[in-house]
Write a protein that binds this ligand. Structure first.
Ligand code: 13P
Length: 338
């Protein structure tokens, strides 16, 4: 493992004005996205859509890296150019989702643990050869009155740390993603408490498994109210709670925190990130690694029609630029119209 390489990639992933595009939807998840615009979930359609995103002029201005799915990292564009090379030529770092999904955790009703450790060392070596310089592993934590259990938090933290250690051995920067889900009617305070416990378990496990924090990126949820909570926390409250929670739990050695959007609208996700960076005064970069919040309007603008590619790329460039502005707290709603 080259320590310097890991640190330099991790820092490039959170370079000023930039963030990560999560385009690593599994075949099942992308089926839902394509279904929303009445496009059949074929290999060619998945390729055409991802190619549209990656060929956007100036993608590297505000996108530092893209998380890919196994199929995509091996795919070529319509003209035969590997999609990985398209990204590299645009100055964008290719990354790869390596987990195999959240599965039922035995003995823990309603809770999951993420699988995918078997054979991971060999898979990481192959992905490095193909060009991946970072990876992602997502654990999901659900909130009800009775869960999460300490058991589920520790099982997921242990798997995340096992994955992270294997990544670093393979000179791949691990994005560690413990996602506390928005589903439910819980308050923002409850989300904050659960997120704090989740991150404490995670950083204990990372330390125990000798992961070099300087060569990692954290991809967490923000502290928000449950989707069905009647009393929704506003933008400023979300920003303040999120910063308070992360200051208490995330070591200063971590170069950057790249939030997931988790079901927030595009504008909400941008506003929240902007509000946090306006407050400032924390030891890590606060950035984005959005899936839906970078793609929703682009997908709609494309609608599966080759004639819409230019228009859709403009929409994607705009959304990327808005989040690029939020990286320094320089976004405001008037820029949406520009
Ligand atoms: P969302 O931003 O749509 O939550 O996706 C990010 C991601 O990669 C979840 O694992």
């Amino acid at each position: 493992m080259s320590k310097e390489e890991l640190i330099s990639v991790a820092n490039a992933m959170v370079a000023p004005g930039k963030g990560i595009l999560a385009a690593d939807e599994s075949t099942g998840t992308i089926a839902k996205r394509l279904g929303s615009i009445d496009v059949p979930n074929t290999e060619d359609n998945r390729r055409d859509y991802r190619e549209l995103l990656f060929r956007t002029a100036g993608i590297g201005d505000h996108i530092s890296g893209v998380i890919l799915f196994d199929e995509t990292i091996r795919q070529t564009a319509a003209d035969g150019m590997p999609l990985v090379k398209l990204l590299q030529d645009a100055g964008v770092i290719p990354g790869i989702k390596v987990d195999k999904g959240a599965k039922a955790l035995p003995g823990a009703e309603g809770e999951t643990v993420t699988e995918g450790l078997d054979g991971l060392r060999e898979r990481l070596a192959e992905y490095y050869e193909i060009g991946a310089r970072f990876a992602k592993w997502r654990a999901t934590i659900s909130i009800t009155d009775d869960i999460p259990s300490t058991y589920a938090l520790n099982a997921n933290a242990h798997a995340l740390a096992r994955y992270a250690a294997l990544c670093q051995e393979a000179s791949i920067v691990p994005i560690v993603e413990p996602e506390v889900l928005m589903d439910g009617s819980h308050t923002a305070q409850r989300c904050q408490d659960v997120t704090e416990a989740t991150l404490n378990a995670l950083y204990d496990a990372l330390a125990e498994q000798r992961v070099m924090l300087e060569g990692t990126i954290l991809k967490p949820n923000m502290v928000v109210s449950g989707a069905d909570c009647v009393d929704q926390a506003g933008v400023q409250e979300v920003a303040e709670r999120t910063i308070e929670c992360f200051k208490r739990t995330v070591p200063a050695a971590v170069p950057g925190i790249c939030f997931l959007s988790g079901g927030q609208t595009e504008v909400e996700a941008t506003e929240h990130l902007n509000a946090m960076n306006k407050i400032g005064g924390f030891p890590w970069e606060l950035s984005f690694s959005y899936g839906r919040a970078l793609q929703a309007s682009t997908l709609k603008a494309w609608a599966g029609d080759a004639g819409n590619v230019d228009a859709a790329q403009k929409v994607f460039a705009h959304r990327s630029r808005m989040n690029g502005l939020a990286r320094s707290g320089d976004y405001d709603a008037s820029q949406e119209a520009a």
